[in-house]
Design a protein around this ligand. Structure first.
Ligand code: AHR
Length: 495
C-alpha cells in the first residue's frame, strides 16, 4: 500500500493550544487513591502523592488536569474535601464509599507538584449556582470574606487562581445525577456562569455538550444550550469513547471518523448560533473526555458493594488501542483551530495511560506512548496535510484512508509528522514532499508497533510494547520516504 502527501508551511490550520494535552482525575476507582495519592507508598512525597506516578506524569507531558469528575461531581459536596472534618459518604455515581481524605487543596498541591493547570468541574447535577459561586470564592478570592478566609485557614494563604471551569458534567445523560433537558440545563448553566463571572470575571467557562455523538439529543442539545449560554461561556464540551466491537478492528481503527464528525457538527452548531444572534466571539471546543474504553466489558454490580477505591474500569490497553489513541490525537491536532482544550480520560488506573499497584510499581500502558509523543512534539502550528493513500472498507465508516496523519511545525522550524497506518496486514510506503519547509535532515523517527496486535504492557511485562526506531527513513531533495509497518503509530521529525 502507498501514501503521498505534501507539507507546505504556507498552509496552516492554526496554533496548537498546550491545553490540548490535558487529562482527567476523577474520584473513581483507584484514580485518586493508590493512583496519584498513596501516603504510605515508598515513593510518597510529604503531601502523600506517589513520586513514581509524578515522574510518569512529567514524562507523559500532561498540561492540564480536569477534576473531580465525571459522573462523581454531579453528587459531590466540595466542602467535604477541605479542612479537618472529612466525612465518609456514599458515591452513588460509582456505588462506592468516598472517604474525602483527598479533596480540593490536595488536588491543588498535586497540580503544583506536576506543574499542570487545573480544570475544575462544578456540581450542576444535585446542586446549583450558589454552591458554584461559593466554591469559586473559596478558590480564587484573595481573602477577607468567610469563604476565602476558610481556604486560608486550610493552609492555602494564596488564592488558587483557577481559570478553567466546567459547568457540570454530561447532564444530557439519563445516568447522570441531576440529569436535565437541554432547556433546564441551558438556563441553570447560564445563571451559574453569570454569577461565577460576577464573582471572578477572569474565569473561562465550559458548557456541557453531548456525552457522545450517538446521544438522541446530539446537535439539538448543543443548539439549545448555546441559545441560553452563548454570551456567558467560552467553550462547549465534547466527550467520546471508542472500543472494538465484535472483532471489527477495521472500523475501530477508523474511530477518528466519528470524532471528526463530532467536531464538525459541534463547530457548525456553535457557528449557527453565532450567526443567528450576531455574536462576535467564536465558541471553542473542549474535548474534555476522550479515549478507548471497553464499556461493554464493564462489570456493573447489581448489588452495590460500597467499597473504598475498588478496581473499576482498569482497562489493559493493547497495541491496537494505542494506535487508535494516536489516531484520535491526530484528529484533535487537525482541528486545533477550534479544539483548544482536550483531556485524555483518565490519568491513572481508570481507563488510563499509567497503572499502579498499591505499595508496588507504576508502569506505562501502550496508550502512554502516542500521548507522550504528541504532547512533546505536537507544539507549534499545525500544517494542512491532505494525503492520497490506499484505502480500505469499513463496516461502520465506509471507505477510509489507510494513512491518518498530521504535521506540526515547531518554533525552530522543525516539522513533526505524526502518521498512523490503519492496515493490520499491509505496510504503507510513504512519500512526503517537504521541499517548501527547507527540510535538511531527519532528526528522528520512531514507530510503535508489534507483531501481535493484542500485545499489552502488564505489571509482569511493563516494557512489552514500546516505541523503537523507525529504520530507513530517507530524505532526498526535500522528499522523505519511509515504510510504515502494519498497524503502527509513527513519529518522523525533520529539521
Ligand atoms: O471517564 C469515565 C466516565 O465517563 C465519566 O465519569 C463520565 O463523565 C463519562 O461518562
Amino acid at each position: 500500500a502507498r501514501a503521498e502527501l505534501t507539507i507546505d508551511p504556507a498552509f496552516e490550520v492554526g496554533e496548537v493550544n498546550p491545553r490540548l494535552f490535558g487529562s482527567f482525575v476523577e474520584h473513581l476507582g483507584r484514580c485518586v487513591y493508590s493512583g496519584i495519592y498513596e501516603p504510605d507508598h515508598p515513593t510518597a512525597t510529604p503531601d502523600g502523592l506517589r513520586g513514581d506516578v509524578l515522574a510518569l506524569i512529567a514524562e507523559l507531558g500532561v498540561t492540564l488536569v480536569r477534576y473531580p469528575g465525571g459522573n462523581f461531581v454531579s453528587g459531590y459536596r466540595w466542602e467535604d474535601g477541605v479542612g479537618e472534618h472529612r466525612p465518609r459518604r456514599l458515591d452513588p455515581a460509582w456505588s462506592t464509599v468516598e472517604t474525602n481524605e483527598f479533596g480540593l487543596n490536595e488536588f491543588m498541591r498535586f497540580t503544583g507538584a506536576t506543574g499542570v493547570e487545573p480544570m475544575m468541574a462544578i456540581n450542576l447535577g444535585t446542586r446549583g449556582p450558589q454552591e458554584a459561586r461559593e466554591l469559586l470564592e473559596y478558590c480564587n478570592h484573595p481573602g477577607g470574606t468567610a469563604w476565602s478566609d476558610w481556604r486560608r485557614s486550610h493552609g492555602a494563604p494564596d488564592p488558587h487562581g483557577i481559570s478553567l471551569w466546567c459547568l457540570g458534567n454530561e447532564l444530557d445523560g439519563p445516568w447522570q445525577m441531576g440529569h436535565k433537558t437541554a432547556e433546564e440545563y441551558g438556563r441553570v448553566a447560564a445563571e451559574a456562569a453569570r454569577v461565577m463571572r460576577m464573582t471572578d470575571p477572569s474565569v473561562r467557562l465550559v458548557a456541557c455538550g453531548s456525552s457522545n455523538s450517538g446521544m438522541p439529543t446530539f446537535g439539538a442539545w448543543e443548539a439549545t444550550v448555546l441559545e441560553h449560554t452563548y454570551r456567558h461561556v467560552d467553550y462547549v464540551s465534547c466527550h467520546a469513547y471508542y472500543e472494538e466491537i465484535d472483532g471489527d478492528v477495521d472500523s475501530f481503527l477508523a474511530s477518528a471518523q466519528d470524532m471528526e464528525h463530532f467536531i464538525d457538527s459541534v463547530v457548525a452548531t456553535c457557528d449557527h448560533v453565532r450567526a443567528k444572534h450576531r455574536h462576535d466571539k467564536r465558541i471553542q471546543l473542549s474535548f474534555d473526555e476522550w479515549n478507548v474504553w471497553y464499556r461493554r466489558l464493564r462489570d456493573v454490580d447489581a448489588e452495590p458493594k460500597w467499597e473504598v477505591a475498588p478496581r473499576l474500569l482498569e482497562d489493559n490497553y493493547t497495541l491496537t488501542d494505542a494506535v487508535v489513541v494516536g489516531s484520535l490525537l491526530v484528529t484533535l491536532l487537525r482541528h486545533c483551530d477550534r479544539v483548544s482544550a482536550a483531556c485524555l480520560a483518565q490519568l491513572v488506573n481508570v481507563i488510563a495511560p499509567i497503572m499502579t499497584e498499591p505499595g508496588g510499581p507504576a508502569w506505562r500502558q501502550t496508550s502512554f506512548y502516542p500521548f507522550a509523543d504528541a504532547a512533546r512534539h505536537g507544539r507549534g502550528r499545525v500544517l494542512r496535510v491532505e494525503p492520497r493513500s490506499s484505502r480500505q472498507d469499513t463496516a461502520q465508516y465506509g471507505t477510509v484512508d489507510l494513512l491518518h496523519s498530521t504535521a506540526v511545525r515547531g518554533e525552530d522550524g522543525a516539522v513533526t509528522l505524526f502518521a498512523v497506518n490503519r492496515s493490520t496486514d499491509r505496510s504503507l510506503e510513504l512519500t512526503a514532499n517537504l521541499r517548501a519547509t527547507g527540510a535538511r535532515r531527519v532528526a528522528g523517527a520512531t514507530t510503535l508497533t508489534d507483531r501481535d496486535r493484542h500485545a499489552r504492557n502488564t505489571r509482569e511485562q511493563p516494557g512489552r510494547v514500546q516505541p523503537r526506531a523507525l529504520d530507513e527513513v530517507v530524505l532526498e531533495d526535500g522528499v522523505v520516504t519511509a515504510v510504515l509497518p502494519p498497524l503502527s503509530w509513527n513519529v518522523i521529525r525533520i529539521a
